[in-house]
Design a protein around this ligand. Structure first.
Ligand code: SF4
Length: 433
């Protein structure tokens, strides 16, 4: 059963009399377990929907759906499948206590992998789940593989019951499913020879594996489970060299690099990031693969269209890892706008100094950076620091914090998104919060 949370005005569902709270039980005789069943079973044009209205009255709707028109209902979110692993490097295990409950949810859900690109390990899959993936052709899936040798993967996921990932992926691949994969590298466990083995195993799955993202283990000062070491410069450089050899082979044989080191790896190794062509469609940008290059590209493309902001004093707040890359971007912005930029690099007060990602800065960091800066005209902060509800990871609300600060503050993804909408008169009366 799935329950309706919203009915679109003027939709087929509203005409039928489906209301918020209506329970949808089956479509054409097939029971509904979740949003996937609803999405796929209502793809037919002729539908018989067995339901129960909020008052308990059973109703059967018979629908002839005009081609291309949706029924117009949204469903309550599904109960999320929890993760059965206990990876030593788990970011959630590395969260401090006392944050909002939703941050501690360790999801491992193939449905969210298909629908939203969340990575799943597939460790908690039942036979029925495999059958659904194949029937509904849930592709591509985003899979955290980490290693293919079974014993190594059991250690990495800290779960002796993990299934054999090569067998899982092979079976799904035979059914036409493709994957974007990620590997978190834990030095000594899945680098070196083990890396050669897992890259070979994924390579042998052919076109089923669309991309492989390789990211270094990320630890906070609260990562209490982790017994290994962080990656050092020598290991990181060796890893990038190993990946580069595979990328050359992949380009030669398949036409694209296929395996990508995350931006963080390049920054750790002190190496120049690849150009935009290397990343193709930027398939794993959400995973920190190519994000810096994409930012540079957006600035390069958008800078000429910016308004003059002569002598405006603009702060840009960022984390330690982006700090060294910012001056070249800010110089380009200053040259085109006439504004004076000030870079403010903040240490993360919640997760500690080892967490250097700009998007993980918290409200308290923004307050420390800008709380007394009435000498500035405005500030840009990383838009990734706040969620869709406008809340920072430390539960600070952006609107409340913005009202407290002595200057207008704008969340920004790429500077252009904010600066392009500014002009001198508007800026004078701006209130970003
Ligand atoms: S798979 Fe590992 S890293 Fe992911 S949520 Fe589970 S324990 Fe954490």
């Amino acid at each position: 059963m799935v329950r309706v949370s919203r009915v679109k005005p003027g939709s087929i569902a509203e005409d039928l009399g489906i209301t918020i709270g209506t329970e949808l039980l089956s479509v054409n005789g097939r029971e509904l377990a979740d949003f996937l069943d609803w999405e796929f079973l209502t793809a037919d044009d002729d539908l018989v929907i067995d339901s129960r209205l909020p008052g308990g009255e059973p109703v059967i709707f018979e629908v002839e759906r005009p081609e291309g028109e949706t029924l117009g209902v949204e469903l309550e979110p599904p109960a999320i499948r929890r993760c059965a692993n206990r990876c030593e490097f788990c970011f959630i295990e590395g969260l401090p206590k006392g944050l909002r409950k939703s941050l501690y949810v360790r999801d491992d859900d193939y449905r969210l992998s298909f629908a939203y690109g969340n990575f799943a390990t597939l460790s908690n899959m039942k036979e029925r789940d495999v059958a659904r993936i194949l029937e509904y052709r849930l592709s591509p899936l985003y899979v955290s593989v980490h290693a293919t040798p079974w014993e190594a993967r059991k250690i990495l996921l800290n779960n002796p019951r993990v299934p054999n990932i090569v067998e899982q992926l092979s079976r799904l691949a035979e059914g036409g499913i493709q994957f974007h994969t990620q590997m978190v590298i834990v030095p000594g466990l899945n680098d070196g020879d083990v890396l050669e083995q897992w890259l070979g195993d994924l390579w042998n799955l052919g076109n089923a594996v669309l991309s492989v993202a390789v990211v270094p283990v990320g630890l906070t000062q609260f990562s209490h489970l982790y017994t290994g070491k962080p990656m050092d410069l020598v290991q990181t450089a060796a890893l990038l060299d190993q990946l580069a050899r595979w990328a050359v082979r992949a380009c030669d044989e398949r036409g694209d690099p296929w395996v990508f080191g995350s931006d963080e790896l390049y920054l750790l190794a002190g190496r120049e990031l690849p150009a935009a062509e290397h990343y193709g469609e930027f398939a794993q940008i959400e995973n920190g693969v190519g994000a810096v290059t994409a930012l540079r590209m957006r600035v390069r493309q958008g800078v000429a269209s910016l308004p003059r902001l002569d002598n405006r004093r603009i702060a840009v707040v960022t984390g330690a890892s982006m700090g060294p890359l910012m001056p070249e971007l800010l110089e380009a912005l200053a040259a085109h706008t006439g504004a004076r930029f000030e870079l403010i690099v903040m240490e993360n007060s919640l997760f500690g100094p080892t967490t250097t990602t700009a998007g993980l800065l918290v409200g308290a960091d923004i307050r420390r950076a800008l709380g007394r800066r009435d000498d500035l005209d405005l500030a840009l902060i990383p838009a990734e620091t706040i969620n869709d509800d406008g809340v920072f990871l430390d539960d600070e609300r952006f609107v409340a914090l913005g009202a407290e600060l002595p200057l207008p503050v704008f969340p920004s993804y790429d500077f252009i998104d904010v600066l392009a909408g500014l002009d001198q008169p508007r800026l004078a009366g701006a209130n970003a919060a």
